[in-house]
Design a protein around this ligand. Structure first.
Ligand code: PEP
Ligand code: MG
Length: 756
């Protein structure tokens, strides 16, 4: 059949008519009825129908011209059923010259549609979710043109906004929508901080609600677009030129790509087409963005997906520029907030009201990222690497964060919510049980006592010392005070924090680690040189030794805070004995000065080092005479041992601390130090995971320091473990060629009744 020429009046006139309908003072149903008439007229179609999703994924005919009026609010199709259901399920248009011969055609006699042969339907999509289907039909067998499909999609986008914003129909009439294929309501990610949360979505950078959809003057909209594009481009240029961004590295690549996209003629031309079709500039950007999201859902290639999601971000930025809005903005948080973001820095997490923040979902992020460490300290579950999450949710959506199994449930059904509420209650009961075990010793079944300490870095962590029953603070990350502030913490601020930590700890030991700045630990107010490989760069004790003023200043604050109490100081990222000796001698000089000016010296002073750089492991015999204790920082030690960036999402599952290589290496370190009479502990994230902690005890560690929430579960594991049995089994595993011993160790735990 020859295609009918496109209506010369085109979508612009149609959008204008739609605006008139919206402006008219009539009840919603009449507006909808008029809307379908206007669309049918403009598209030269005999039928135009709007189906909207009701609860239970049912598509209901809400308005029609051409089909029998009595079918309205009667004809129902399940998502996936019939052609209309298929359009909703796939989230993609369907264009058929002979609809009735399609295998999925579902005849509904009450509609009287048997006389219509051709059908074109498009999904009504908002925020990645299908709200309904808009369809036109004709008696003759004809294929609709590409321009017609485009036009109907534009109309569908406007409809989606009108329906979604409640302007066209009462929101209680329709469901939040269903997910098209490729947008599953359950998405897997990677656990960054354990726990479970049920709450409502708050988008970290909220997508802006486009309210003005239909343009009054095309020329003005084209100018607005050009202006917004140029301000977008210059803001990207500014970002690139900002002194704290390197000229190489990931952020540079990302921004370069953004800049490339912002100048991409294809993208801009598509937006211009939207404007020429009658949309406002912001609505046209959104229209292209919707297409882009549908494409994104179908692409498996991670590189392409990443690029498309950059484009999605860029569209959001452009919309903000068009609407004259600053980035971000203050938002009222729901009682139970789940923050959804592409990525989040530790300080950004702390910006959210603790009393309302229940969970975090990130499109990126890795378990050892510092946002995860802070989230653990706060007891907030975080799931990272949840692909496409930002585009899939709308603010206010109900969502479940199951960071125990690393799954996110979007718009869960009531059954799922009930299940999780039960799980939350169970966790609460377990927490209460841990609290009851708080004062029980951490002793294995065969009588081996394990030191259980907690990691901390902020005042907010301190109450956990008593409520977990931890033996002390095995790692106090002093840099957190610097990372969360906007200005340099002066001597008095530092002294006060350390003093309050010691007050809270009472008789329990606290290990203060000196500043570990650099790499992923960004201190906003400190100028740092640009580096190609910051993780291998000028950081931690390297900075402390090259610019000793900062280190001295901190040591003074520590000595002043101690005021006669015991003091334990530990240096980060020491690579060889000479670095440790240099750092120790700075401390000793400061101690002399402290005493000289008449201040009270610490009761006892212990000086230790982190073991995070593999080189130091081969100099332990030379270190032993000089060091009072060693704490293994497995987060960094593993990243250097396996040459695998701890922040790179593509490497998260690549290497395992439960591998023969890592465990043999750790065993050698522990054996050597214990033989030398030096106390050794481990304070990386692995210490707080039950299987890992079990293996670490198996290779000989007798002291662990972990995130506070892990103390209870790890103690329970310890109290059900027979170390001798585990050790003899584990030693047989170390020579194996296996990539990981995780399954074998988990099976051991199960077979021997070890509580994981
Ligand atoms: C580590 O590297 O394991 C460690 C505890 O230090 P951080 O995570 O603070 O770098
Ligand atoms: Mg470290």
């Amino acid at each position: 059949m020859a295609p009918t020429p496109v209506n010369p009046a085109g979508p612009r006139l149609l959008l204008r008519r739609m605006r008139e309908v919206m402006a008219s003072p009539q009840p919603p149903q009449e507006k909808l009825d008029q809307m379908v008439r206007v669309i049918a007229n403009n598209m030269v179609a005999e039928v135009c129908s709007i189906y909207l999703v009701r609860a239970g994924d049912i598509l209901e005919l809400f308005a029609t011209v051409g089909l029998k009026a009595e079918a309205v609010h009667k004809t129902n199709l399940r998502v996936g059923e019939g052609l209309i259901g298929e359009i909703a399920a796939r989230g993609a248009p369907l264009n058929l010259a002979d609809a009735q011969s399609h295998p999925n055609f579902a005849y509904r006699p009450e509609t009287g549609e048997d006389i219509y042969h051709s059908l074109m339907g498009v999904p009504v999509i908002r925020g990645g979710r299908v709200l309904g289907v808009l369809a036109v039909q004709n008696v003759t067998q004809r294929l609709y043109t590409e321009e017609e499909t485009e036009a109907l999609q534009t109309v569908a986008m406007v409809l989606a906004e009108l329906v979604g914003s409640g302007e066209l129909i009462d929101p209680s009439e329709v469901h939040e929508g269903t997910f098209a294929q490729g947008h599953p309501p359950k998405i897997d990610g990677v656990t960054m901080a354990e726990g479970i949360a049920i709450g409502q979505v708050v988008l970290h950078e909220p997508r802006v609600q486009v309210t003005r959809l239909i343009a009054e003057d095309e020329a003005i909209e084209l100018v607005r677009l050009d202006e917004a594009l140029s301000s977008l481009r210059s803001s990207l240029d500014n970002l690139l030129e900002r002194a704290d961004l390197g000229i190489e590295g990931d952020h540079f690549d990302v921004l370069e790509t953004y800049r490339m996209f912002a100048n991409d003629r294809g993208w801009v031309e598509k937006i211009r087409d939207g404007i020429r079709g009658g949309l406002t500039a912001e609505a046209a950007v959104q229209r292209v963005q919707v297409d882009n999201r549908v494409r994104m859902a179908k692409i498996n290639d991670p590189y392409l997906r990443e690029r498309l999601s950059d484009l999605d971000d860029l569209a959001n930025r452009l919309i903000r520029h068009l609407m004259g809005l600053d980035q971000g903005g203050v938002i009222d948080l729901p009682e139970q907030t789940v923050v959804v973001a592409r990525n989040l820095g530790p300080t950004e997490l702390l910006d959210y009201d603790r009393a309302r923040l229940r969970g975090v979902i990130l499109a990126e992020g890795t378990p050892s990222a510092h946002v995860a460490i802070i989230a653990k300290a706060l007891g907030i579950p975080v799931i990272g690497q949840v692909e496409g999450i930002v585009g899939l949710v709308d603010p206010g959506d109900q969502i479940i964060v199951d960071a125990m199994t690393a799954q996110v449930f979007l718009l869960p059904t009531q059954d799922v919510v009930d299940l999780y509420e039960e799980a939350l209650a169970l966790r609460e009961r377990r927490r209460a049980a841990y609290a009851e075990h708080r004062d029980l010793p951490a002793i294995t079944k065969d009588g081996v006592e394990i030191g259980l300490h907690m990691n901390a870095g902020l005042l907010v962590d301190l109450p956990h010392l008593s409520d977990t029953g931890a033996h002390g603070i095995g790692l106090f990350r002093t840099e957190f005070q610097f990372m969360v502030g906007s200005t340099f913490p002066r001597h008095e601020a530092q002294r006060e924090l350390y003093s309050r930590v010691l007050d809270a700890a009472g008789d329990k030991p606290v290990v203060f680690r000196t500043l570990d700045i650099g790499s992923d630990k960004v201190v906003p107010f400190l100028e740092r040189p640009k580096e190609e490989n910051p993780a291998l760069g000028w950081r931690a004790i390297r900075m402390g030794l090259d610019r000793p003023a900062l280190l001295r200043y901190q040591l003074r604050a520590l000595l002043a805070a101690t005021a006669g109490r015991d003091l334990r100081v530990m240096f980060p990222l020491v690579s060889d004995v000479s670095e440790f000796l240099a750092a120790r001698s700075i401390l000793e000089k400061e101690l002399k000065r402290h005493v000289r000016v008449g201040r009270e010296p610490p009761g006892r002073l212990w000086v230790g080092t982190m073991l995070e750089v593999p080189a130091l492991a081969w100099q332990l015999d030379a270190l032993i005479p000089h060091v009072d204790f060693v704490s293994i920082g497995s987060n960094d030690l593993m990243q250097y041992l396996f040459a695998a960036d701890r922040g790179n999402t593509m490497l998260t599952d690549r290497y395992d601390i439960l591998s023969p290589a890592a465990l043999s290496f750790l065993r050698m370190i522990v054996d050597t130090l214990q033989r030398g009479g030096v106390s050794v502990s481990l304070c990386g994230e692995a210490a707080g995971k039950t299987v890992e902690a079990m293996a670490l005890i198996g290779i000989g560690l007798r002291s662990l320091s972990m995130t506070p929430a892990s103390v209870g579960p790890v103690k329970e594991m310890i109290r059900t473990l027979d170390v001798a049995k585990l050790r003899s089994y584990l030693l047989t595993l170390l020579p194996l060629p296996d990539h990981s011993l995780r399954t074998k160790l988990t099976n051991f735990a199960r077979d021997h009744g070890v509580e994981l």
